[in-house]
Design a protein around this ligand. Sequence first.
Ligand SMILES: O=C(O)CCC(=O)C(=O)O
Length: 345
Amino acid sequence: MEIEDWASAKTLAPLYRELKDLHLLEHVAELEAFGFTVLPPDAVGPPEQHEAVREALLRVACERKQCSRGELANVFRDGQELMRFMLWDDPLFEKVILAPAAVGLIEYLLGTNCILSLCDGWLKGAGDASTGIHCDWAQFEMPTFPPEPYTANFNYLLSDYSKEDGALGFVPGSHRWRRWPSPEEAEYWNDRCHPVEAPVGSMIIWGDHTWHGSYPRRTDGLRLMMLGTYCRAHMQTQEPFRQTVTQEALDRNPLRFGRLMDVHGAFPFGKSPPRPRSNRAAGEDTPPPRRRSYLSLLDSEPAAGKVRLRTEPDYGVYDAAFAEIIAKKSKGMKIQFPDVYRAKA
Ligand SMILES: O=C(O)CCC(=O)C(=O)O
């Protein structure tokens, strides 16, 4: 059928059309049915990209561990490490977190205004290290999950994955159970979960309801992976991208990157009425893209000034003059809450 811009479906309609054009609908169905899906390497990027990202990860790991390339396998023997906050360690990682197929599927799970929560490397050596069965739902005061995930991940495989290689494994269909595994269930599934066997360059995508863990690596060398976690736009991110992004990074990347960095996020409010976080506020002519508009997955044009760094107001100051203007404007007006049913084009 023809997917129109139905107001009720909001930005899901243009996203769906792009996912269809990119031949990704089968992955959407796998996410719905089983709670995870695997993108083949050619849907993620060319072989040179996989090789270059792998090299960058190894370079950063050597810098952080202060060791040579040849020593890394020993450093991680019988162990593993989630290397945190990698995004700014190599400009290549900016490309990774924008990978259209992965971000498209993640936007399907979290909404097209989702933001980046973390960007990490993961290295695991030969030996007994593994990850126990869990799910990534982290609203610990909400023990029964809503139908929708709040966060979603990609794992970008930078070495081949098999059970012997220490692959990630899933409990297919567990996302529908909408709860954490009990310790007994986690134990049960530890060596019964389905291992993802896939070549370097693949990306595994899943939402935070799906139970998963990993097998120990029984082959020599390192299992290498990059992990991206995205979250719903109202959430606190796990790593400080909004606080550390530079104007240069916003300029060299497409508009979607600024959204992923949450530079236009509305919160927090201070004492004064909130001012629109626009480029006009920064003294510029071009308005930024509206927070609710759809941004194409395929747009790769550098934003080049169209998105500006966030300017933080003095939260403790009450701007009486501005409050007066807002009060006058709204006299006799009904307070309008965002119309969640209308697509903002
Ligand atoms: O690969 C692993 O050991 C586990 C990965 C994982 O749990 C994750 O990326 O959330």
